[in-house]
Design a protein around this ligand. Structure first.
Ligand SMILES: Nc1nc2c(c(=O)[nH]1)N[C@H]1C(S)=C(S)[C@@H](COP(=O)(O)OP(=O)(O)OC[C@H]3O[C@@H](n4cnc5c(=O)[nH]c(N)nc54)[C@H](O)[C@@H]3O)O[C@H]1N2
Ligand SMILES: Nc1nc2c(c(=O)[nH]1)N[C@H]1C(S)=C(S)[C@@H](COP(=O)(O)OP(=O)(O)OC[C@H]3O[C@@H](n4cnc5c(=O)[nH]c(N)nc54)[C@H](O)[C@@H]3O)O[C@H]1N2
Ligand SMILES: [Mo]
Length: 758
């Protein structure tokens, strides 16, 4: 590995003054009012509002400021004083706006008025809500329901999500992809299969009890900074932290708590990872196999010498199947192969395994570095294998903890947004609303894209998000998009997806979560589920950005009412008037998890909806937790070849998904641009390139399709050789649509085959 001096990097700690400066810069950019800044105090508190940024849990005893740099950015972004009005749209044609950068589109501020796309003038023109609902309803009634897709970005509340899914089924389809399909769908499929739970098994208290934590491909410093608090506390307790990540992410190295005056005013900072292993992108299956080999070897030794176990043999016997097969596979896998595939030295993998062996209670946390691979399923199954060896699932202080993305992405799946009918209690729906719900599998994100390309999909409704920007294969997808008859976007700010329109297109502005949502029965609360399966109420109090906004609940209900025939059991107006009635519906559909829902909305720390795997009840095919033999030792979906690199698409510290707040990736030392390709200095030299040279990346996917992104500056960075990094969403044209996790179809955005065109 090259040394740090030759590369671009950040010398400070995560947190610290840098993060306060980040907030101040955002406040300036968004022209924040004192009311907006004051709102930050209410963030993630009981009867406050729940952050619109990440899904990390909100503790029962919050800090005075229970928010982070990026949570503050997200709130101030929503509460900006900038407005994107009908006047703006009158001045700029959609064709012109397509030439703008993502950042500049969103910088226009909050959308204020419902708009309809007018082909003749190539502009958006204002329309009334009645006209929009009626127009959309007319179009939806005219097509086969199976040819419509209802997408959701994981931000909308449980109330909105429940109604949206109900609308889809009453209308006649299960085409309900959500952002999860590009994110943690690998988790929903893999964990469901191996431990019977589509979500993680940990609760917050486990983080106070564990002895070791293992991070695989998750970057808390940027993507879930509030997680750094329990992490820092854990380090102080002597908990060992081990990280597997191709990039040395600042938040997993050192942290300076911006809420602690002593740390802010002294050079004091907390070192986070005890051991930081820069695994190759796609090398986790091999690395975990190495750890398993070491644990099994330690078991043999301990038994031979002391007649004691390293493994939890009782647990394995009583609760699992498939142990012998995995053991045989570990025995048959050589250290040579493990070192080659992981890019790590045997001694380092053994050191990590030793920490695992010595810890009585271990938690593993993971994110996109594991899920966004062709064999992401196998990575998660392998991680589960390792966790089962010592019975680290289903007991306090231990478990498996996927760190979810959007603030309610997990909850949307909980309340029915799913293309997989078997995951939804459709019989309950039938009984509650007196209809026969569609039973056939709906479209996930990849299938929806295929359907748009083939012409099968005629209408696309988007509850938030920026679908066209977030998906793979951008150029083909953008070209096919306008062949659709109807596109509807429900959004807070203008983005690229709003500029690629169907024949009939509407852009509908909604309230943000921090804003007051007043309906007939008074001010409304909404709810969301965090990464640790806790449900929280959220009460917006700020003045809405425009008097012409509607809530997401009201918009979904408005479209549904205009589309569907009357049904005495379906009361769109009554539900919109009082969201407590929607929570009653959720409780009726999911009585075990949501009993007494309305009484529990403001439980401090949220209410836990339970998880069978945590109780060691395994809702799997076999009724046991399942050891799984991996199909392959590498999670990428291609062979190595001269000149071929593994592209990792990255999030900067100054973005939330496709929302680009600014051009500073402070924690990686990259400032003022996103048009970079990060490379190991030895790779730069070997390829005959030089620092600062501008190159293009081209797809090297063996399918003959020419995919290219140019204008990227070669930037030396500490990455394993053969791996390069560049930003999402700019790199999405390079990802083939067919390049996704085999089981869950999550696009494989972390190990994309590319070559360099100088
Ligand atoms: N501020 C901010 N917060 C966010 C978001 C945001 O964009 N900005 N996005 C939200 C959403 S929707 C999500 S899903 C989460 C995403 O949060 P994360 O799950 O942290 O996702 P990424 O930042 O895409 O990638 C995580 C890490 O994976 C590493 N990695 C890449 N390839 C591999 C590999 O093969 N193996 C291993 N072990 N590591 C690898 C990368 O170096 C990176 O550090 O964050 C949420 N929170
Ligand atoms: N190459 C690559 N591609 C990726 C990823 C990657 O790591 N690499 N990550 C994937 C992941 S993990 C995800 S989750 C997806 C994200 O995909 P999406 O969830 O579709 O995208 P976002 O960028 O989060 O959506 C931003 C838009 O949401 C709208 N919005 C914001 N707040 C609200 C609100 O309260 N209500 C409504 N109705 N709209 C609102 C705004 O108009 C804003 O422009 O991208 C995926 N794509
Ligand atoms: Mo995500």
């Amino acid at each position: 590995m090259a040394d740090e001096e030759e590369t671009v990097h950040y010398d400070g700690a995560e947190g610290g003054w840098g993060s306060l400066r980040g907030i101040v810069e955002t406040a300036w950019r968004e022209r924040s009012t004192p009311a907006a800044l004051n709102t930050l105090r209410r963030q993630n508190k009981v009867k406050g509002f729940m952050c619109v940024s990440c899904a990390w849990t909100k503790p029962a005893h919050p800090h005075t400021f229970e928010f982070c740099e990026n949570g503050a950015k997200a709130t101030l972004w929503e509460l900006t004083t900038r407005r994107c009005t009908p006047d703006f749209f009158a001045k700029h044609t959609v064709t012109e706006l397509k030439t703008w950068k993502d950042h500049d589109l969103e910088q226009q501020g909050r959308l204020t008025h419902p708009m309809r796309f007018d082909h003749a003038s190539d502009t958006y023109v204002p329309c009334s809500w009645e006209e929009a609902f009626e127009g959309i309803g007319r179009e939806l009634k005219a097509i086969d329901p199976g040819s419509a897709v209802f997408y959701a970005s994981g931000r909308a509340s449980l109330e909105t999500s429940y109604l949206y899914a109900l609308f889809a089924r009453l209308y006649g389809h299960n085409n309900l992809p959500d952002s999860s399909n590009m994110c943690h769908e690998t988790t929903s499929v893999a964990l469901k299969k191996v431990i019977g739970s589509p979500v993680g098994t940990c609760v917050l208290n486990d983080f106070h009890l564990c002895d070791a934590m293992f991070f695989f491909g998750q970057n808390p410093g940027t993507n879930s900074p509030r997680l750094l608090h329990p992490l820092q506390e854990a380090v102080r307790r002597g908990v060992k932290i081990v990280t597997f990540n191709p990039i040395r992410e600042k938040g997993l190295e050192v942290f300076k708590n911006p809420q602690s005056p002593t740390e802010m005013l002294t050079p004091k900072e907390t070192k986070i990872s005890t051991l930081y292993l820069q695994v190759k992108s796609g090398g986790d299956i091999a690395a975990i196999m190495g750890m398993i080999k070491h644990v099994l070897a330690a078991e043999e030794k301990k038994w031979a010498e002391e007649k004691l176990h390293v493994l939890d043999v009782d647990f394995i016997k009583q609760h699992t199947i498939g142990f012998e097969e995995v053991k045989a596979k570990a025995d048959a896998t050589s250290w040579d192969e493990i070192e080659r595939e992981s890019g790590l030295a045997r001694a380092d993998i053994e050191a990590a395994a030793q920490i695992y062996i010595e810890a009585e209670r271990s938690i593993c946390l993971y994110g996109m570095g594991l899920t966004q691979h062709v064999h992401g399923f196998d990575s998660l199954a392998m991680l589960t294998n390792l966790w089962l060896l010592k019975g680290n699932i289903g007991r306090d202080g231990a478990g498996i903890s996927p760190v979810r993305g959007h603030s309610n992405v997990q909850g949307q799946r909980t309340v029915g947004i799913s293309e997989k009918p078997e995951l939804v209690p459709l019989d309950k729906y039938a009984e509650q609303f007196g209809f026969e719900p569609p039973r056939e599998e709906g479209m996930n994100t990849v299938k929806a894209c295929e359907g748009i390309l083939s012409g099968e999909v005629k209408a696309f409704v988007s509850l938030g998000g920026n679908f066209v920007r977030a998906i793979p294969e951008r150029e083909k997808m953008e070209a096919a998009w306008s062949n659709m008859r109807l596109t509807v976007q429900i959004a807070t700010k203008l983005n690229r997806s709003h500029l690629i329109n169907g024949e009939v297109a509407y852009l509908l502005p909604c309230l943000g979560r921090s804003e007051e949502d007043r309906q007939e029965s008074g001010a409304q609360a909404v709810t969301m589920e965090d990464s640790l399966s806790c449900i929280h109420g959220s009460l917006g109090k700020n003045k809405p950005a425009s008097k012409d906004l509607k809530s997401e609940v009201a918009i979904v209900a408005g479209i549904a009412k205009a589309t569907l025939p009357p049904n005495p059991k379906v009361d769109w107006d009554g539900w919109t008037a009082d969201y407590a009635k929607v929570r009653d519906l959720i409780e009726q559909t999911y009585p075990e998890q949501f009993h007494d829902f309305n009484d529990r909305v403001f439980t401090p720390g949220g209410f836990y909806r339970g998880n069978a795997a945590r109780e060691r009840v395994w809702k799997t095919e076999s009724g046991k937790a399942q050891f799984t033999v991996p199909k392959t030792m590498r999670s990428i979906g291609f062979a190595d070849k001269e000149g071929r690199y593994r592209l990792i698409t990255l999030r900067s510290n100054d973005q939330f998904n496709t929302t680009i707040y600014g051009y500073s990736d402070r924690l990686r030392g990259i400032e003022g641009t996103r048009d970079v390709v990060l490379m190991n200095p030895e790779d730069i030299a070997a390829a005959g390139l030089s620092k600062g040279q501008v190159i293009a990346l081209a797809s090297d996917a063996d399918d003959g399709v020419d995919r290219r992104v140019g204008g990227l500056t070669v930037t030396p960075f500490l990455l394993p050789r053969g791996c390069i990094g560049a930003y999402y969403p700019e790199m999405n044209p390079l990802i083939p649509l067919w390049y996704h996790d085999e089981e869950s179809k999550t696009p494989a955005a972390k190990g994309v085959p590319v070559r360099i065109v100088a």
